[in-house]
Design a protein around this ligand. Structure first.
Ligand SMILES: [Zn+2]
Length: 258
């Protein structure tokens, strides 16, 4: 597997990542399967709060592996606080993982249940100076994970996708308040893990929301119509960009709810 070509296919997918990225076989990898019976309720886990500036949204892009929205993180403009976190973490980007059909696509699995997609809102801890520095620290990054469930409803999440059909496309994505993506309930699970994409750095405090948000089947179809190839190449649908659950290795998942 060449350094630059990790992906989700049989020849460069999750089973191969460790060949170039040894951390992918580490002890604190993500995602994991969460089993309710093993979760510990922790009454000391307080509520989390996001304070997002819609003006911080910059662009939406297709990098051939996901669809990502990028935010200005040069100062404490859009931040996440509370819950299991100490201090304010800056929102840097959000992206999605999804399947080839509505019955799978999420990375975390809850009591055997897979959702159609999983949204990751990536924040970093500015006490480490910059994002690259945060990646090297156990408390460097906080990711809010939100499950997407298919129903009749429409969410603004996937607007703008028509502008980034092929790999390498980037389009303005401005005046967007990511807090509209949160479900009603703030209940969450938390554990220490990693990025689910190479190099799979183990720097993440996961805040996984219990309540999924709803999207329409049409919107999921639109996501699956993105291409992992560039503009002048044949269309190659960008689907199944999820990593399967990794060994828990003694980690404890805590919940904010009973
Ligand atoms: Zn992700």
């Amino acid at each position: 597997m060449a350094q630059s070509v990790w992906g989700y296919d049989s020849d460069n997918g999750p089973d191969h990542w460790h060949e170039n990225y040894p951390m992918a076989k580490g002890d604190k990898q993500s995602p994991i399967e969460i089993n309710s019976k093993d979760v510990q309720h922790d009454s000391s886990l307080g509520p989390w709060h996001a304070s997002y500036d819609p003006g911080a949204a910059k662009t939406i892009l297709n990098n051939g592996r996901t669809c990502r929205v990028v935010f200005d993180d040069t100062f404490d403009r859009s931040v996440l606080r509370g819950g299991p976190l100490t201090g304010a973490y800056r929102l840097r980007q959000l992206h999605l993982h999804w399947g080839s059909s509505d019955d799978h696509g999420s990375e975390h699995v809850i009591d055997g249940v897979k959702y159609a997609a999983e949204l990751h809102m990536v924040h970093w801890n500015p006490k480490h100076g910059n994002f690259a520095g945060a990646l090297k620290q156990p408390d460097g990054v906080a990711v809010v994970g939100i499950f997407l469930k298919v129903s009749g409803k429409y969410s603004r999440i996937l607007q703008g996708i028509d502008n980034i059909k092929t790999k390498g496309k980037e389009a303005p994505f401005q005046h967007f308040d990511p807090s509209i993506l949160f479900p009603k309930s703030r209940d969450y699970w938390t554990y220490h893990g990693s990025f689910t994409t190479p190099p799979c750095e183990e720097c993440i405090t996961w805040i996984l929301l219990r309540e999924p948000i709803e999207v329409s089947s049409d919107q999921m179809a639109k996501l699956r119509s993105l291409s992992k190839n560039g503009e002048n190449e044949p269309v190659n649908p960008l689907v199944d960009n999820w990593r399967p659950p990794q060994p828990v290795k003694g980690r404890v998942v805590r919940s904010s709810f009973k």
